[in-house]
Design a protein. Structure first.
Length: 382
């Protein structure tokens, strides 16, 4: 007779001095070992996911229909929370994992949304992606970040290859052909943060013109008359609109924005750092400078510090965006706050509505922005 290692050990425990067990000992030990093995297998079956479990099994376990299982597991808001919880618990008990491929084949949907962003050097876009991720996840959607080169001839094909259901465009240029080509193909998309000319498309942005005009008003009210600006690229809606709004706001208070005190460049740190050096080395220089985004403003702050210029005693600086770094004690930047949570919620809702109703008229949503006063704005030096 052949014994397993566990059986031999058990026999020795029963009769340690006799290496040849009696028949009654062997029978009792065999029954005990068999029961232990059955108990162990039962425990393994309770924790090991069942092979071949289907959504039908989950539906039977939860007492709902198969379509309800599918909707509940992808976070469809039409499913009651109690029902969703019951389905999720049933799926967990059965070890059921939905098949993404099967779901895509049955619904012709991937539940994936692309986000096109080309400026990952700007912290604003990381914060934007974080807010987008949260909103998409709340709808049971997955985010796919796409970072194509601006002149990539294949980026349209990558968007239309069937791997995503729609796309959020965040860094589009005013003359970009991409929105128009997506419209021609009937592919769902939404413009977020930036808009384009000549495309009747869904979009969500803040009131850049009005917000920049409010910055000009704040500088004028603080007593500044010698005002400069470090503006963003004119080929973007944000660069164009913030420049136009700031000029309009200054004009309303009888203040000129001289070309000698104006610089333009990318929304980048070096734009602010290099421009502030040029402006502050002039014999005649401004007492306040508006920067078209916070990254430019941080570059200007550091450049002014390097030149020994005290902020705000000798120079006031105001930014735009209110990225997290703007509130750091090291900077305490006065800036314009965009509500990223509201922007992303609106953009995702617009895109979801577009996917559900492709023929609906486009909607352009403009959200308010507000000035956040911190430590970089003060009256001009006497």
């Amino acid at each position: 007779m052949i014994h397993t290692y566990a059986t031999r050990c058990a026999l020795r425990a029963v009769n340690p001095d006799d290496r040849t067990p009696r028949p009654d000992q062997l029978a009792r030990t065999g029954r005990a070992h068999g029961k232990a093995a059955r108990d162990q297998r039962g425990q393994e079956q309770r924790v090991r996911p069942l092979r071949g479990t289907t959504s039908k099994d989950v539906a039977l376990e939860a007492g709902v229909s198969q379509p309800t299982v599918s909707r509940a597991l992808r976070g469809d808001p039409s499913v009651a929370e109690a029902t969703r919880r019951r389905v999720v618990d049933a799926a967990r008990r059965l070890g059921y994992i939905p098949s993404e491929r099967g779901r895509s084949l049955s619904t012709r949907r991937t539940d994936r949304i692309g986000v096109v962003v080309e400026d990952l050097g700007n912290p604003f876009y990381f914060e934007l992606l974080d807010a987008l991720h949260d909103r998409l996840e709340s709808r049971g959607l997955r985010m796919v970040v796409l970072t194509p080169a601006r002149n990539d001839p294949e980026r349209l094909e990558r968007l239309l290859d069937g791997s995503i259901d729609g796309v959020v465009l965040t860094t589009t240029l005013l003359d970009s052909p991409l929105p128009r080509r997506l419209l021609e193909r009937g592919f769902p998309f939404v413009l977020l943060n930036r808009t384009v000319d000549g495309a009747a498309a869904d979009s969500c942005a803040v009131a850049n013109v009005e917000a920049a005009a409010a910055v000009a008003a704040a500088l004028a009210e603080a007593g500044h008359r010698c005002v400069g600006a470090i503006l963003g690229p004119p080929e973007t809606s944000t660069g164009r609109d913030r420049a136009a709004g700031f000029r309009r706001g200054l004009e309303a208070h009888g203040i000129e924005l001289p070309a000698a005190w104006t610089r333009r460049g990318p929304f980048a740190y070096l734009t602010g750092h290099d421009a502030i050096g040029e402006l502050l080395r002039r014999r005649s220089r401004p007492t306040a400078i508006f920067c078209a985004n916070d990254v430019i403003a941080l570059g200007a702050l550091n450049g002014a510090h390097g030149l020994g210029v005290r902020i705000p005693a000798e120079l006031s600086i105001v930014g735009f965006d209110d990225i997290a770094m703007a509130a750091w004690e090291l900077f305490e930047l006065t800036t314009v706050r965009q509500d990223l949570q509201a922007m992303c919620q609106t953009a995702v809702d617009l895109l979801a509505a577009r996917i559900a109703e492709p023929e609906a008229p486009p909607r352009q949503v403009v959200l308010p922005a507000r000035l956040v006063r911190r430590a970089t704005l003060a009256p001009p030096p006497a």
